[in-house]
Design a protein around this ligand. Structure first.
Ligand code: AG3
Length: 279
C-alpha cells in the first residue's frame, strides 16, 4: 500500500506521512475528524485535515504547554483547559498531585470520544476524578467566570473555524477576569516562520499584552507542525517565567518528563531575532 496523508503548510510547502491504515473518519457538528496509523509517527489525529497530534511528537507540545506554567508557580490548584479534546494537556496536568481541579472545556464532544477510543496515549487521564469535562464553547464559558482560576491553558486549533474565537481580544479579556491575582494564561501561538501563521501569532500577542502586565513568548520544535518551529504565549498578572522558576522545587517532583526540563524552560524563552522583531 502506498497511501500518504498530506497537509499543505503554504501553497508551496506540504508535509506528507505514509499511512498504514485509516482507523477512523467522521464528521462532527463542528469539523471533520480523522485518525490515521502512520509508519513513522504512530497514530495521527487530524481535524479538518490539519495535524493536531501524532503519537511520536505530541509529548513536546504537551510538556511545553503544561510544565512551563506549572514550574513557574508550584501553587497552582485550579486549572481551566480550553480545547485540548485529545487529552494530552490534561494527562500532563494530572501528574501534579497539588492540582485539585481541572475544568476542561471542549466544544466538540466527538473529538473526546474518538480520542478515548483510538488514542489512549493522550486521552487516558480524562477520567481522573479531578477532571470536569464541559462540552461547550470556551469563549462563552470564560465569560461567566471571575477570579476563579490559577492557570488557563488554551490548547486550540489554528485560528480558523471552531478555534477562531479563542484568538480574539474579547476572549483574552475574559481570561484575564477568570484568573485570580496569581493567574497565568498560556496559549498555543502558531508558527513564526510562515507569514500566515506568524500573523496569527502577532495578532494574538498584541491583544494579550493589552491585558496582562507580564507577557512572554517561548518556543519548541514540533516536527509535524508547519515549519516545525512552534510558539507558545505566556501571560501573567504577577509571575515572571524565568525569575520565578524554582529549579530545585520542580526537579524534586521527579515527574519523568520526556521533553521538558528546567534548562529547556529557561532556554525556550530565548528567541531568534526574526521572532523578536515580530513582537
Ligand atoms: N493544537 C494545535 C495544533 C495546531 C496545528 N496546526 C496545523 N497543523 N496547521 C494541538 C492540539 C494538541 N493537544
Amino acid at each position: 500500500m502506498n497511501v500518504w496523508y498530506t497537509e499543505e503548510h503554504t501553497p508551496g510547502v506540504r508535509l506528507s506521512m505514509k499511512i498504514e491504515q485509516h482507523l477512523y473518519s467522521g464528521q462532527s457538528e463542528f469539523q471533520k475528524i480523522d485518525v490515521l496509523q502512520t509508519t513513522e509517527f504512530g497514530k495521527l489525529l487530524t481535524l479538518d485535515g490539519l495535524v493536531m497530534l501524532t503519537e511520536k511528537d505530541e509529548f513536546i507540545y504537551h510538556d511545553m504547554i503544561v510544565h512551563v506554567p506549572m514550574a513557574t508557580n508550584p501553587n497552582i490548584k485550579k486549572v481551566l483547559v480550553i480545547g485540548a479534546g485529545d487529552g494530552g494537556t490534561v494527562r500532563e496536568l494530572t501528574k501534579y498531585e497539588t492540582i485539585e481541579q481541572i475544568d476542561m472545556v471542549e466544544i466538540d464532544k466527538m473529538v473526546v470520544d474518538v480520542c478515548q477510543e483510538f488514542i489512549p496515549l493522550t486521552a487516558s487521564k480524562l477520567t481522573d476524578p479531578r477532571v470536569n469535562l464541559f462540552f461547550e464553547d470556551g469563549l462563552k464559558f470564560v465569560r461567566t467566570k471571575e477570579n476563579e482560576y490559577d492557570l488557563i491553558i488554551v490548547d486550540s486549533t489554528d485560528p480558523f473555524g471552531p478555534g477562531e474565537g479563542l484568538f480574539t481580544k474579547e476572549f483574552y479579556g475574559n481570561c484575564y477576569n477568570a484568573l485570580n491575582e496569581d493567574g497565568i494564561l498560556v496559549n498555543q501561538h502558531e508558527s513564526p516562520f510562515y507569514a500566515e501563521y506568524a500573523l496569527s501569532m502577532q495578532r494574538a500577542h498584541n491583544r494579550i499584552v493589552e491585558f496582562f502586565p507580564n507577557c512572554h513568548v517561548y518556543q519548541a520544535h514540533i516536527p509535524t507542525y508547519p515549519s516545525g518551529h512552534w510558539l507558545f504565549g505566556f501571560a501573567s498578572k504577577k509571575f515572571d517565567p524565568i525569575k520565578d522558576l524554582d529549579v530545585a522545587a520542580w526537579n524534586a517532583l521527579d515527574l519523568k518528563t520526556k521533553y521538558y526540563n528546567t534548562e529547556i524552560h529557561v532556554g525556550s524563552f530565548a528567541l531568534p531575532n526574526y521572532v523578536k522583531e515580530q513582537l
